[in-house]
Design a protein around this ligand. Structure first.
Ligand SMILES: *[C@@H]1O[C@H](CO)[C@@H](O)[C@H](O)[C@H]1NC(C)=O
Ligand SMILES: *[C@@H]1O[C@H](CO)[C@@H](O)[C@H](O)[C@H]1NC(C)=O
Ligand SMILES: *[C@@H]1O[C@H](CO)[C@@H](O)[C@H](O)[C@H]1NC(C)=O
Ligand SMILES: *[C@@H]1O[C@H](CO)[C@@H](O)[C@H](O)[C@H]1NC(C)=O
Ligand SMILES: *[C@@H]1O[C@H](CO)[C@@H](O)[C@H](O)[C@H]1NC(C)=O
Length: 398
């Protein structure tokens, strides 16, 4: 009997390990998900930046000090040569659709931030409390999550000269065009295993863009430059003020993701947070009530290395003027976001200033999620935070 129980325990453990390391769990209480690859053709401006090489732990920490040094430029001043990048990049996506009776005919496209991949939106740990994907399905939305270029199961081209912000913006545009013209749903239907839920999908009538952190940089720039392609936006954990990133990249406590150490095996030019770095950036609020040690462990277990060229080029995404955006946008700020607000987001957002960036937005609203750090889904009160998003969308017919 004892050995049977032991074997059962081991099986459960193995099962949990598998489901934590790969997110291929397709059947959900409120919908169904499918993962597949999309070859995305994209051409974008790129550049050779004057940035240090990172090939070991010492160079990784030295990169962070360099990046956080007060007179290191984060602008066109760091460009040695302007170039163009062009290619077909394989992007790993997960498309989830709600059960038909509950469907809203709105697709959300969610872009994750740095240090993570698409699993940020779809926690395998206590999924009912912490998976945004499950919450979106429950609320009746279809949702596309994807691994940005350079992370997860997507292509990992050169970390200095290829994985850069303008190319990622173009990839988001291509994914959006494919979602809007139905070709993405056709790809989902054609990729195995065949499931009837994906065979009868028309194209979505509305597309909402959602971002977290660097994914919010991308989403903000996307709606600014391509306003007519978005029917609504949710900007989480990002606000452009003097406090953004002024904790500096040294707070990430980075190491070099060794080639001999899966899942962090990367070529030159990547840095990866140590666990204390993950806590510094992503966890906040009262440690006794805001999150649990298990959530911090999970947040550390799913971290991803970050390509340095992406960070050198991030400035292109900030503060883009967006008069063509004529839809509603919500800023959802964790109260205790350390990296964005130096630990206190209350009172920092000024809707008048935001309206100068998006003068034709039909609504601009700001919500603060209390007792929560940068990684909103990985805090105890995550589901109530998700609900703020669905309430906003519902108020605006989405
Ligand atoms: C690269 O292009 C940007 C703007 O497109 C320009 O401001 C910058 O001076 C250029 N840099 C070089 C080195 O050509
Ligand atoms: C849909 O958009 C994608 C991305 O721009 C494009 O490659 C594809 O040809 C389009 N398909 C149709 C059917 O219009
Ligand atoms: C948006 O606002 C700008 C300036 O406020 C105006 O010139 C423009 O015509 C408006 N509409 C669109 C769709 O850009
Ligand atoms: C918001 O910004 C506007 C314009 O910059 C300024 O006049 C106003 O005082 C600010 N409001 C608050 C509450 O800080
Ligand atoms: C949980 O979040 C909701 C929505 O922001 C908020 O109203 C509520 O007070 C929060 N609960 C706790 C215990 O922080």
């Amino acid at each position: 009997m004892a050995s049977v129980l032991l074997a059962l325990g081991l099986l459960l453990l193995l099962h949990r390990r598998t489901s934590a390391s790969s997110i291929d769990f397709s059947q959900r209480d409120h919908g169904i998900c499918k993962q597949f690859e999309i070859p995305v053709c994209a051409t974008a401006a790129s550049a050779i930046y004057d940035i240090p090489t990172v090939t070991n732990d010492i160079e990784a920490a030295a990169w962070a000090i360099w990046d956080a040094t007060r007179d290191t430029p984060h602008s066109v001043q760091s460009i040695i040569k302007n170039t163009t990048v062009s290619g077909t990049f394989n992007i790993h996506v997960q498309l989830c659709v709600p059960k038909t009776s509950e469907q809203k005919d709105v697709l959300q496209i969610a872009t994750h931030g740095v240090h993570y991949d698409s699993r940020y939106w779809d926690s395998a740990y206590e999924a009912e409390e912490h998976s945004y994907v499950n919450a979106a399905l429950r609320a009746g939305y279809a949702i596309l999550t994807y691994d940005r270029l350079g992370v997860g199961q997507s292509d990992k081209p050169d970390a200095y000269t290829v994985v850069q912000a303008p190319l990622e913006l173009e990839i988001l545009r291509q994914l959006t065009l494919m979602a809007r013209n139905g070709s993405m749903y056709d790809l989902a239907a054609a990729s195995g295993p065949i499931d009837t839920a994906f065979q009868q999908l028309g194209k979505p009538s509305k597309v909402v863009h959602l971002g977290h952190s660097f994914g919010s940089f991308l989403t903000s720039a996307f709606i600014a430059n391509y306003g007519p392609l978005s029917d609504g936006a949710i900007i989480t954990s990002y606000l452009l003020t003097e406090y953004l990133a002024n904790a500096g990249s040294t707070s990430w406590a980075v190491e070099y993701p060794s080639m001999s150490c899966p899942p962090y095996d990367r070529p030159s030019g990547y840095v990866v947070c140590s666990k204390v770095g993950i806590q510094n950036i992503f966890f906040g609020g009262d440690p006794a009530t805001a999150y649990t040690p298990a959530l911090l462990d999970y947040g550390n277990a799913i971290k991803q290395p970050v390509p340095v060229g992406e960070l050198a080029s991030a400035f292109w995404l900030l503060g883009n003027y967006g008069p063509s955006f004529t839809s509603p946008v919500q800023y959802l700020l964790p109260e205790n976001d350390f990296y964005v607000c130096r630990g206190d987001c209350k009172g920092l957002a000024n809707v008048t200033t935001l309206a100068q960036t998006y003068p034709n937005a039909t609504a601009i609203e700001v919500a603060i999620q209390p007792n929560t750090g940068h990684a909103l889904p990985l805090h105890n009160n995550a589901t109530a935070g998700f609900q703020l998003i669905f309430d906003f969308l519902g108020r605006h017919g989405l």
